[in-house]
Write a protein that binds this ligand. Structure first.
Ligand code: FAD
Ligand code: EPU
Length: 407
């Protein structure tokens, strides 16, 4: 056995006392003793072993605090980082050694359990190529690329199409999963096709736009294929001349007008979206959150008419002749939750739809608060809010659970 390193450091409120690496002939271990003021991690959870299987580095009892934007002190039984397609192909065998698994990008749309009894597979494949043709450009991007950095790169190249999707946290590979959307643009507006790795067959398959079945905050990957495939990379189509800016979102249009920008270019939209978002959404680096906790309900017009009998000031947006979308943030605010805290969790004061962790909350506190909000909105409006955030069960691949089943 040999000692290879010792470190003492202080980070936020967590005091790291000592970090020791040692190895013997079979394994490479990392013992990570930590003392933290405001949580109850046990010594066993902090015993952090590292082993190698088919060249892949598996970390045991891995702290996921830096891998979820709620900032929860969740622990994974195992953690592996995938950097290449060759490593993806090692996964089917690796997964047989664990009870369960979870595919994780940036962790900005998950609510993790205190302990995940399986292997967390962190997707980190980096790739970026583009091919211009006429007014258009096809961009091939790897699933592990940071989404906002990617959007910034497209704006720097003067490629148009995703500037409205600036500052959305997470990795590119997760973008098609819930068909990310903001300020009038959705992933489905630019996605041409993607390549996914099937964990059951060990083969890659290309999904064209139609096969991805992308709808509002939904796709085939959140339903039939949830947890069965890993998105490896994708092709998106942007413009590199004659850009068609999307200024349909009222708040964006008004913001540009207020700034006196009459003929905006891509960069104006990109910068305005960043400024609007910073004015109302909490920065996960400062306050734990996963963006909108619930989806905005889409209801028949008749249901909106019924609600308006009691709430004539109801806010809604037409989807088509038959349906309207109601902002869940408005519903939650009407129920008195905006800026209200229950211990360390609450609904953000500038955007009620964003549930926040203002300290070192546990998953159960967030789930209980979300359930309380859900019940109150149901009691007042007869609408059952559906979580947008993927609530991960301690033992099973999660995401489709309803709140009552996880309490
Ligand atoms: P993760 O949270 O790691 O994963 C999300 C889901 O996708 C999980 O089920 C995971 O298993 C699965 N997954 C991840 N990567 C892969 C892969 N490569 N293959 C297969 N499955 C995978 N979302 C919006 O749509 N619009 C917004 O405006 C928006 N604003 C946000 C603002 C804030 C402050 C925050 C914190 C979140 C916001 N979100 C928004 C939600 C979130 O950023 C997006 O859903 C984002 O795409 C999640 O990316 P991620 O890499 O963090 O995914
Ligand atoms: N509103 C309130 N009170 C609130 C919040 C909102 O009354 O506390 C009402 C206001 O009338 C406001 C309207 O809701 O005008 C819409 O609010 P906002 O523009 O902030 O958008 P949202 O509907 O709350 C959606 C997405 C966001 C996305 C923005 C911008 C969902 C679930 N959320 O929020 O996505 O960034 O539009 O396009 O669709 C996310 O998915 O994580 C996310 C942040």
């Amino acid at each position: 056995m040999a000692l290879t390193g010792i470190k003492v450091g202080v980070e936020n409120q967590d005091i790291e006392i000592i970090l020791i690496y040692y190895f013997n002939f079979e394994k490479f271990y990392q013992l990570h003793f930590s003392f933290q003021y405001k949580n109850s991690l046990t010594f066993a959870q902090l015993l952090h072993n590292v082993s190698f299987l088919n060249g892949m580095r598996i970390e045991e009892n891995y702290l996921l605090k830096g891998f979820n934007t709620f900032g929860l002190n969740s622990i994974a039984k195992g953690f592996v980082r995938v950097d290449t397609e060759a490593e993806l192909q090692e996964l089917p065998e690796l997964l047989t050694k664990f009870n369960s698994y979870l595919i994780l990008g940036g962790g900005s749309n998950v609510l993790l359990p205190d302990f995940f009894d399986g292997l967390v597979v962190h997707i980190n494949m980096q790739k970026l190529h583009s091919r211009e043709s006429g007014n258009e450009v096809l961009v091939n991007v790897g699933a592990g690329m940071n989404w906002h950095e990617f959007v910034k790169w497209t704006v720097d190249q003067n490629y148009g199409g995703i500037e409205n999707l600036a500052l959305i946290p997470g990795k590119t590979g997760a973008a098609p999963i819930q068909n990310i959307g903001a300020y009038g643009v959705e992933m489905k507006d630019v996605l041409v096709c993607l390549k996914a790795f099937h964990l059951d067959t060990g083969k890659f398959q290309v999904y064209n736009h139609e096969a991805c079945e992308m709808k509002y905050r939904d796709s085939v990957f959140k339903n039939r294929l949830m947890g069965k495939v890993i998105i490896a990379d994708m092709w998106i189509k942007l413009t590199h001349r004659d850009h068609q800016l999307n200024l349909t979102y009222g708040a964006l249009k008004n913001y540009l007008e207020d700034k006196g920008i009459e003929s905006p270019v891509i960069r104006d939209v990109f910068e305005s979206v960043i400024e609007i978002r910073q004015s109302k959404l909490p920065d996960p680096a400062v306050i734990g959150n996963a963006g909108s906790f619930f989806k905005n309900p889409v209801v028949p017009c008749s249901k909106a008419d019924l609600i308006m009998e009691k709430h004539p000031d109801l806010v809604f947006y037409p989807i088509d002749d038959q349906q309207v979308k109601i902002p869940a943030g408005w519903l939650i605010e009407q129920c008195g939750f905006k800026g209200k805290y229950n211990g360390q969790v609450g609904c953000f004061e500038k955007q009620a739809l964003v549930l926040v962790n203002i300290g070192s909350a546990k998953a159960a506190e967030l789930v209980a608060h979300a359930a309380e909000v859900q019940s109150a909105v149901y009691a007042e409006f007869g609408l059952m809010l559906e979580p947008e955030v993927n609530i991960i069960h301690p033992h099973l691949y999660g995401g489709k659970l309803n709140l009552s089943s996880v309490q």
